[in-house]
Design a protein around this ligand. Structure first.
Ligand code: IDC
Length: 331
């Protein structure tokens, strides 16, 4: 009897030791199915098309408080989102490449929390290398390569992580510059993670997808290209570019949009916004609304007077916030 008890205890101990070893990465890490790109479409493991819908954070350095477990779980449950985008500004004040080492460390910690919260909430999560005033992604290419290598190595077991390698190239940056940058970054990510979906920025604030479609990056699977619009400024002309790109077989991802003007302020254009939503739906294009903050601008989802960081009621939302959440809830 005594020997049997000892034996049972030993077995228990071994089981505990083994599970700690195997599950040193969180057990929930593989809960969401990995996504793939098929034709122009994001699909699940069964090849069925998937449309991701969600919100982008504002700059992680400026509005870190909205990256919390309760907020992510709340948005998944109540807003019916399935993705969040973590916007890591590279060049603005306290940007990843312009701030000091302590700032960089804090930003990486925020990203890590963001990935873990998203994973636990059952959300896909996009790591967004948010170039803006730095215009050309080559400006901080070295930093980008090191960053994505580090992230891809850290999150290679997370089937819910996607990489967005340059938010909005601008200032006349050519597709050939972006393409040369993209080839290097994609290679760096692929050296750690063979399959994660990678979203590549396009010229002219991520609008000239028609140009990219003539000469996309070759030799890798699961690549998509960024299309951004702000319905107060962009309408049929931009949709035309998107249609041209789709016809040529370019997979598109709307990793940021708004219905204000392109400055992120000004009046909302709901009529044009609805035309865009119809277009996105009919082409099953994923979309992410800018931005989860209470900043005093019409592209913020929360009213400036709202100080809550989760559990928002309809009255806490700006007109844009209400509009966007109602889009998420549509079947
Ligand atoms: C804007 C923010 C604003 C901030 C500014 C500069 O809304 O609060 O001061 O950036 O950092 C984009 C960019 C996105 C912009 C947004 C609105 O990707 O960073 O955010 N926008 O201007 N492209 C088109 C519009």
């Amino acid at each position: 009897m005594k020997r049997r008890k000892t034996w049972i205890c030993m077995t228990c101990l071994l089981a505990v030791m083994f599970s700690t070893l195997f599950y040193s990465t969180p057990i929930y890490a593989a809960k969401l199915p990995a996504l793939k790109v098929k034709g122009t479409q994001l699909v699940n493991t069964k090849g069925k098309s998937v449309q991701l819908k969600g919100v982008s954070t504002h700059g992680l350095a400026w509005y870190p408080k909205y990256v919390n477990q309760k907020a992510f779980t709340y948005m998944k449950k109540n807003w019916k989102i399935n993705v969040v985008r973590l916007a890591l500004y590279t060049s603005e004040y306290n940007g990843y490449c312009t701030g000091d080492a302590a700032n960089r460390k804090a930003l990486e910690k925020k990203i890590d929390q963001g990935v873990k919260y998203a994973t636990k909430a059952g959300l896909y999560v996009i790591l967004d290398w948010h170039i803006l005033s730095d215009g050309n992604p080559k400006t901080y290419e070295k930093q980008s390569l090191a960053f994505f290598k580090k992230m891809a190595s850290k999150y290679k077991k997370y089937t819910n992580v996607l990489y967005e390698i340059c938010n909005e190239p601008n200032g006349g940056t050519s597709w050939s510059d972006i393409k040369s940058y993209a080839k290097k970054v994609v290679k760096a990510i692929r050296s750690k993670d063979k399959n994660a979906v990678i979203i590549i920025g396009t010229p002219n604030w991520s609008q000239d997808v028609d140009i990219v479609a003539k000469s996309p990056v070759k030799g890798y699977k699961n690549l998509m290209y960024t299309l951004h619009f702000y319905a107060g400024t962009h309408g049929e002309d931009l949709r035309k570019k998107a249609k041209t790109a789709l016809k040529k077989g370019l997979p598109l991802f709307v990793s940021e949009f708004g219905i204000s003007d392109a400055s992120g302020s000004g009046a909302l254009n709901k009529t044009e916004g609805s035309k865009w939503m119809k277009f996105l739906k009919s082409n099953k294009i994923s979309y992410i609304g800018w931005n989860l903050s209470n900043k005093d601008e019409s592209s913020a989802l929360l009213k400036t007077s709202c100080k809550k960081t989760t559990n928002w009621k309809n009255g806490d939302l700006t007109p844009w916030g209400k509009w966007l959440v109602s889009q998420f809830k549509k079947k």
